[in-house]
Design a protein around this ligand. Structure first.
Ligand code: IPE
Ligand code: MG
Length: 232
């Protein structure tokens, strides 16, 4: 979700105005994803590097996070959406941590869209956490170091309700991953748009999905093999 600050600056407003406008887009996209039957939607809300921003911007983002949880979680629950916060939540205030835990608990049994909010999240951090957990298992004699392979690491990383990503959309014109879901993006289709996040809407989301549906996902195979397996 990139481009909030620039969107506000273009309108002669302070950056925070853009973050507030971005919340509306979040609401729209969550509803759209739920309506379309998307299994999981993961939004990169706050990276572990975003703490480096000006203090006032960081504290407004935290307030906004709290406000959104307060105002939206009941609606999410009503719509059968399961909310998960992905990231090192220990970096947040205890009030926010408490709110996060309660919000997750309320929606834990919901069976509709899984809505992951990546907050204080970094892709490298996530992989390192999984490595640490596996190291503990080895230390406790539950497994041998030689048992660790891609699928074991994958299962460990997927202890959060998030597996391989099909489509990654980045708004705001930059064409990079910025330490998002590094492991899960291995075979993702990437979609970059210049549209700034507050201007992104259902139509933009639909365009991204349409682009995705025209891609041929080969996973290392040849195009002929993929076509043959579709026919067979
Ligand atoms: C993304 O918008 C939102 C967050 C990181 C919270 P930015 O704040 O990065 O907006 P730009 O890139 O400065 O326009
Ligand atoms: Mg940005």
């Amino acid at each position: 979700m990139d481009g909030n600050g620039r969107w506000a600056e273009q309108k002669g407003k302070i950056r925070v105005f853009g973050h507030k406008a971005g919340v509306k887009t979040v609401r729209q996209c969550v509803n759209y994803a739920a309506k379309q039957g998307v299994e999981a939607l993961t939004l990169f809300a706050f990276s572990s590097e975003n703490w480096k921003r000006p203090k006032e911007e960081v504290s407004t983002l935290m307030e906004l996070f709290m406000m959104v949880l307060n105002s939206e979680v009941k609606k999410l629950h009503k719509n059968n959406i399961k909310l998960c916060i992905l990231g090192d939540v220990r970096g947040f205030s205890t009030t926010l941590q408490d709110k996060i835990a309660k919000s997750e608990a309320l929606t834990a049994k919901n069976t509709g869209l899984v809505l992951n909010i990546a907050a204080n999240y970094g892709g490298r951090w996530h992989i390192a956490e999984a490595a640490k957990e596996l190291a503990k298992k080895v230390q406790q004699g539950e497994m041998a170091a030689s048992d660790i392979d891609e699928s074991v690491l994958d299962q460990q990383i997927a202890s959060w309700p998030l597996t391989d990503v099909d489509l990654m959309i980045r708004t705001g014109g930059e064409q990079r991953i910025s330490n998002f879901l590094l492991w899960q993006l291995a075979y993702a289709e990437l979609f970059f748009t210049d549209t700034l996040w507050p201007d992104f809407n259902e139509q933009c989301f639909a365009d991204a999905i349409a682009s995705f549906s025209h891609r041929e996902r080969r996973y290392g195979h040849t195009s002929a093999q993929v076509q043959a397996s579709k026919q067979g």
